[in-house]
Structure formats: structure tokens, C-alpha cells
Design a protein around this ligand. Structure first.
Ligand code: ZN
Length: 475
């Protein structure tokens, strides 16, 4: 069977085909940019949601769910926010045959749905910090070419909204969110860089925005999440106030943390290869697929052994599928590799008799497991697979960045670039023009590679107050 297109040369073609052969969505829905989640894709998404829920709840956040429709009057209270989203919202203007008195917005994000209610819930300093999250679908009228999971119109969205006592407490919450994301990214074996976006690229209404970007080949980057510090930008128009110890009314300082199904797209984009998708075991719909090898005169021994083992693995909490279809073993191997299953177990008559299995992981590493307690050996094989995947990911992450010293070098960038910048917006735009992309910002932590001290600004040559920034081509 044919390999997928070359990932480095034809990234988008490769990506679309990888999603297609894995059967994660059905693209035939008649509204552009709205995914149909197949059973297989939905299971991956559900595992991903589980990771997000466990991560955010461990950091002291509680679930809520707000309505999908937002009245125009609430939506328009924060000026910058409205300006940023106006061209992207879907409007509901009729109820049956009647024009609505107040048109409704299909939420593009939920600040304007939540904050009028937060104003009612928060009264005293004792109510703070107030940390809640929801996982809901949001809607944005995307005009560019849509791509499954990357750029879509109905987005499966995770959003945390918090209210804090002070500016410092809000900044600290942003750092806690970064730590939470670190855990999520590790579970997905995804290396990333967290950058403070330049002012001209921050979220509409934010004081500052930290974005989480992944290099996905060449100079391309994929923003998989954002953390925003709002200060009092929303609490003032929405009048979210608390009484402090002295009985004074003060505005809360707010933060948000947003992630989406782009994380699934990023997992496909970052780990995938010529055969298709490569899932880390954390979100793989099936962590293990068992293929019984049946020979003409061996009878049902392999299939019986496969089913018994599957039951034992399920009881041990492993997500497992037995492929006992009529296909040839080779076709089954190909199918499950393209769908990204971490571990394939082959059981033939000899393995069945011995109580062993032949295990081949998605990176091609092969071993015999058993006899003895197969559950432990298989769990261990999954752990080793995840470690190998993470090591492979770290290696390609390191290679995804390089330093540029002159603007001309940016033009044909084959990596994300690290450049020295004076902080001036005009220089920033020159960098963006030269790379035909964006200034991603200043990393929150150490740079992916160590370029030494920043030199003169790559655009204007000034030496004062320069800092390293990342520049790339966001997808
Ligand atoms: Zn400059």
C-alpha cells in the first residue's frame, strides 16, 4: 500500500491524508470547517479531554458550563474584545419566524457569557481565588481554508477563567497554568515553547498573552494554546468586584487559559510519519491491538488466546482491540499503523501454546513478551514506547530551531528562527515581513537552543535592550 506524501516537502497534503487514513473525522459534512467526529476520533478526543480535566482540576479549578448563546448587549461591553471578534461571530437573529429583540451571538469564546454571572457570584475577598473551566464547542466564522483540528468553525474548546485578588496573583495563576500545560504536553510527548506574544498580537482585551507553540516542520508553527492575563480589562466593564478586608470594593484581576482540539492536530502533525498517525499511549483510542495469526490447520487457538488476553488487558485498564477480521495480517498491520496504535501484539499458534506474544510498537521496535504475567510485560512495553517517542520528539524539537543574524537569512528559513530584537514594533514587522510569518514572542523559559547573549537588533542594528525572540510561520 502507498505511503503518505513526504511530510517535510508537502506538509499540508501529508497532514490531510494522515487524518484521513486514520479515520479521525469524516470531512463530507456539508458545512465547511465543521468536523464529524468518528467513533475512533471521538475516543482520542475523550482521552485528551480526560488529560485536560485531570490536569486543571489538580490545579484547583472546578467545572462549569455556560450557555452557547450570548446576548449582543453583553457581547459588546469590552471594546477591544468586540473589535477582535466582530468579523468572526455567527449571529442568531430569529426565533422561529420572529426577529429577536436582542440578537444572540454563538459563543466564539465565553468571557462575555460568564462575566455578567461572575459579577453576581463574587462578593468578597473570601470568594477568591475563583477558578473555573469548561469544555464546550465554540464557533468562529473562519474565512481562510479550513483544516481538520487546526482551523475550523466549530471548535472543541477548553477554557479556564479565573478571578484573582491582585495583579500578582493573576500573574501567578498564569504560571500555574504553564505548569499544568507542561504535564499535559509531557503526557502527549509534545515539546513546545511558551512565548509572550508581542503587543500587536495579543488576545483582544488582554493585558498580555502567553502562547504555546509547536514547531511542525520547516519554519511552520502551530499555536496549541494560550494563557492570558486580563488585569481589570474585563472586570471593569462587567463590574466583577469584591469587598477587601477594609470593606473597600475592588475589581478582580482575571486570567484565562485556552486549549482546543488543536492539541490532537498537533499530536498528529508532530509525531506522524510516512505510514500515518503515531499516538502516544495517553490518548490512543486503542493502546494495544491484538492480531491473531490463523493458519489453515491450527483451528481457533490463536483467536481464542487473543480474546482471552484482551479480556485480561481490559481488566487491567488497557484500551485494547482484537482485529479478528478476514483481512490478511499484513493489511491489518498497515491499517493499525496508519491509525497510530502504540502496540501491536501478534499471536500465532506457537505463541498461543507458549503463552507468549510478539509485540511490535509503532516505532518499529519488536520484542517477545511472556510467558508469565503478560499484563505487566505489555504495560512495560507501553511505558518504553512512550519514552522512545518522547526521546524522538525531543530530538526533532532541537533541530527545529536555529539562530538568524541578518534579515535576508529569514527568507528561506527551514527552521523556526531565533533572532535578536530591540522591542520596537516597526522592527518586529520587518522581521515578520522577512520571514513571511510572525514574531512569536519572547520565550517564558529558556530558549530551545542556547544562542548566547542577544546581539544587535536584526532589523535596526541597535544594541540596547535587545532580547531573543522566536519568529516562524504560524499555520
Ligand atoms: Zn530594532
Amino acid at each position: 500500500m502507498a505511503e503518505l506524501p513526504d511530510k517535510a516537502e508537502h506538509f499540508i497534503d501529508w497532514y490531510l491524508e494522515a487524518v484521513e487514513v486514520a479515520g479521525l473525522t469524516d470531512k463530507r459534512y456539508p458545512v465547511k470547517g465543521m468536523n464529524v467526529w468518528t467513533p475512533y476520533g471521538f475516543q482520542a478526543r475523550r482521552q485528551l479531554d480526560g488529560l485536560l480535566i485531570r490536569g486543571i482540576e489538580a490545579s484547583g479549578s472546578r467545572p462549569v458550563e455556560f450557555p452557547t448563546l450570548i446576548p449582543q448587549t453583553e457581547f459588546q461591553k469590552e471594546k477591544e474584545h468586540v473589535k477582535g471578534f466582530d468579523a468572526q461571530v455567527y449571529w442568531v437573529t430569529k426565533g422561529g419566524e420572529t426577529d429577536l429583540d436582542i440578537p444572540l451571538v454563538l459563543r466564539p469564546t465565553s468571557e462575555t457569557a460568564m462575566y455578567p454571572i461572575f459579577a453576581l457570584w463574587i462578593r468578597s475577598h473570601k470568594d477568591l481565588p475563583f477558578n473555573v473551566y469548561q469544555i464546550v464547542n465554540t464557533f468562529r466564522y473562519e474565512t481562510k481554508t479550513t483544516r481538520p483540528f487546526f482551523r475550523i468553525r466549530e471548535i472543541h474548546f477548553f477554557e479556564e477563567h479565573t478571578c484573582q485578588l491582585t495583579d500578582e496573583a493573576a500573574a501567578a495563576r498564569c504560571q500555574e497554568n504553564l505548569a499544568t500545560f507542561q504535564g499535559i504536553a509531557e503526557a502527549l510527548a509534545l515539546p513546545y515553547v511558551a512565548s509572550r506574544r508581542p503587543d500587536w498580537d495579543k488576545f483582544p482585551g488582554a493585558y498580555y498573552s502567553i502562547a504555546l507553540d509547536l514547531p511542525v516542520g520547516g519554519a511552520r508553527t502551530l499555536q496549541v494554546g494560550t494563557i492570558h492575563h486580563y488585569r481589570e480589562n474585563f472586570s471593569r466593564p462587567y463590574e466583577i468586584r469584591y469587598e477587601d478586608l477594609a470593606g473597600e470594593l475592588r475589581y478582580v484581576h482575571q486570567t484565562t487559559f485556552g486549549l482546543s482540539e488543536r492539541l490532537l492536530g498537533a499530536t498528529v502533525a508532530f509525531h506522524g510519519d510516512r505510514k500515518g498517525v503515531v499516538f502516544p499511549s495517553s490518548i490512543a483510542p486503542y493502546q494495544v491491538v491484538i492480531v491473531p495469526i490463523v493458519s489453515q490447520n491450527s483451528g481457533p487457538i490463536s483467536t481464542d488466546a487473543a480474546r482471552t488476553l484482551a479480556d485480561r488487558l481490559r481488566a487491567a485498564g488497557v484500551r485494547v482491540y482484537v482485529d479478528d477480521s478476514e483481512e490478511r495480517p499484513g493489511a491489518k498491520y498497515y491499517l493499525w499503523e496508519s491509525r497510530g496504535v502504540p502496540l501491536r501484539l501478534e499471536i500465532g499458534p506457537r505463541e498461543a501454546a507458549e503463552g507468549t506474544v510478539t509485540a511490535v510498537n509503532r516505532l518499529g521496535q519488536k520484542q517477545r513478551i511472556g510467558p508469565g504475567k503478560l499484563e505487566d510485560g505489555i504495560r512495560q512495553a507501553l511505558v518504553e514506547y512512550d519514552q522512545a517517542l518522547a526521546a524522538q520528539a525531543r530530538e526533532s524539537f532541537q533541530k527545529a530551531f536555529s539562530v538568524a543574524h541578518r534579515l535576508e537569512e529569514l527568507q528561506d528559513s527551514t527552521t523556526v528562527r531565533i533572532v535578536s530584537w530591540c522591542g520596537n514594533e516597526a522592527c518586529g514587522h520587518q522581521i515578520e515581513q522577512a520571514i513571511d510569518g510572525a514574531v512569536l514572542g519572547t520565550p517564558e523559559g529558556p530558549l530551545p537552543i542556547d544562542p548566547g547573549s542577544p546581539a544587535e537588533c536584526i532589523a535596526c542594528g541597535k544594541r540596547e535592550a535587545t532580547r531573543w525572540v522566536l519568529a516562524g510561520r504560524p499555520l
